[in-house]
Design a protein around this ligand. Structure first.
Ligand code: GDP
Length: 467
């Protein structure tokens, strides 16, 4: 390891402390201490020090002047078995505005330094407890605002994405080895490596990288939510449906400023992805070609929608919205769900589509009054919005941000460049192989961990046997 620079703001020789919980009124707070002197500093501040690691011990915490600050639980962690990989202590104090602050102060007075943002996770990374993707996942998990985002972050934290990237990287390193062998032993008895074998291996990697790159779309959906727009003639019950759908499932309500200020947008959290439901009720004044059909839809929203809920409360209104949407969705094939509203008013024997043929489109009957069909409508909309989007699983992780997408695309470009050069045979093999090294580098940057052992292996693989 390189020498520690003393003016480094993240100096690893410092013992750091922070309130790990949100500040403000609350039952409990967790003060976290980590670093070489974590045990000494905390032991000095508490009456009863835990004899063993990972055992919750009831204790009392004192200020540097000996004043009692709180009755707290103390847990000690011995390196490397801690989140940071260092000696660490967690003090579970009472919450509120004062107790956690005074206890943090008492630990600073005894020699700890206030941690910088993300510094505990940064240390975990430097100590090999997490890789860069997992460290990012910690941040994603904390900022998750939907269940889908939570699940994706957990998969990433569990190392799902890291394992996938490492497997691809290993395949590339294997490919490099094949080429090195080909360069070093062109006259081998077994003959050179068949070019087709190299091409096949390259194509496998290109395929896998392409599939992975495509998942960034899912990552975006999970983060941003899918736009679901209510469309239909005035008075068919769109606003009532909007409110009923949100009901208790409402997560966030935003008045979106600017051009969309008349629309109301709210998020419905579904397990697969968040749905951003938009009621364009306030846009009745908008001049829109479909208005001649007496149908109220917003051009810009429909154009951007992941799913359109086409509402009608009888045969005629369903027919109108169907026809109006057909004109615009012919081209962009946005999924449409036909929604028969006010189902509580259906007469016995009346069909929900009013006898109207709605073709292949799903038709759901709903009532804002009784709640009928609301769950089904959310399920149908969510599965249509998620169509083509993968669900993140440990075996099939997804990319969750632009940094990932950038690295994967860079790797893909390099592997493709290698393939072209190798196929065209226009440069010597070692020159073509430079692209593979660049691809490996892009994947390593993504994980943030370069295994020295692997680099050495790679270097020596290029040596001839016996040298
Ligand atoms: P919008 O103009 O399409 O947004 O329609 P509204 O939501 O304002 O509803 C128009 C009228 O239909 C109102 O009088 C609502 O009370 C009524 N309405 C809406 N949904 C239902 C429903 O599910 N059942 C019944 N019986 N009436 C409804």
């Amino acid at each position: 390891m390189s020498a520690i620079v003393t003016d480094n703001p993240f100096d690893l020789s410092d013992t750091i402390v922070a309130n790990a919980t949100a500040s403000g009124r609350g039952a409990l707070a967790v003060i976290r201490v980590s670093g070489r002197r974590a045990h000494d500093i905390a032991r000095n501040a508490v009456e009863r020090w835990p004899n063993l690691p990972r055992i919750a011990t009831l204790s009392r915490v004192h200020g540097a002047d000996g004043v009692l600050l709180d009755e707290s639980i103390v847990i000690r962690y011995d390196a490397p078995a801690s989140f940071t990989g260092e000696d660490a202590v967690e003090i579970i104090t009472h919450g509120g505005l004062l107790v956690p602050v005074t206890i943090t102060g008492a630990l600073i007075a005894r020699g700890a330094r206030l941690a910088r943002a993300g510094e505990f996770t940064r240390r975990a990374l430097l100590n090999g407890k997490l890789d860069l993707l997992q460290a990012e996942a910690v941040g994603d998990l904390i900022s998750a605002t939907s269940r889908a985002a939570q699940q994706v972050a957990l998969t990433q934290l569990d190392g799902g994405l890291s394992r996938r990237i490492l497997a691809l990287r290993d395949e590339l390193v294997g490919l490099e080895a094949l080429i090195a062998y080909d360069i070093d032993f062109p006259e081998e008895d077994d003959g050179p490596i068949a070019p087709a074998r190299i091409i096949a291996a390259t194509d496998r990697v290109v395929d896998a990288l392409t599939r992975l790159a495509a998942t960034v779309h899912t990552g975006e959906l999970v983060r941003e939510g899918a736009l679901v727009v209510l469309a239909g003639a005035p008075n068919v019950g769109k606003s009532s449906l909007f409110n009923a759908l949100l009901g208790e499932r409402r997560a966030i309500v935003t008045d979106v400023p600017g051009t969309t200020r008349d629309a109301i947008e709210a998020v419905i959290d579904t397990p697969r992805l968040p749905l951003r439901l938009v009621d364009t009720a306030g846009m009745r004044e908008a001049v829109d070609p479909v208005e001649r059909l007496g149908v109220e839809v917003s051009t810009s929203y429909i154009a951007r929608a992941a799913v359109v809920l086409a509402c009608g409360d009888d045969e005629q209104s369903l027919r109108d919205i169907q026809r109006a949407l057909a004109e615009r969705t012919e081209r962009d094939d946005t999924p449409v769900v036909m929604v028969r509203t006010k189902s509580d008013l259906l007469r016995p024997g009346e069909t929900i589509g009013g006898g109207y043929e709605i073709g292949e489109r799903p038709l759901v009957a709903v009532s804002a009054e009784t709640g009928e069909g609301l769950t089904e409508l959310i399920d149908v909309a969510a599965s249509l919005a998620a169509h083509g989007a993968e669900t993140a699983t440990p075996d099939a992780p997804i990319l969750t941000n632009e940094r990932h997408a950038f690295a994967i695309r860079a790797a893909l470009d390099e592997v493709r460049a290698f393939r072209d050069r190798w196929t065209n045979d226009d440069v010597p093999a070692p020159v073509a192989a430079v692209h593979l090294r660049a691809a490996v580098g892009a994947l390593e940057d993504l994980i943030g961990v370069v295994d020295v052992e692997d680099v050495l292996d790679e270097v020596f693989r290029r040596f001839c046997v016996g040298k």
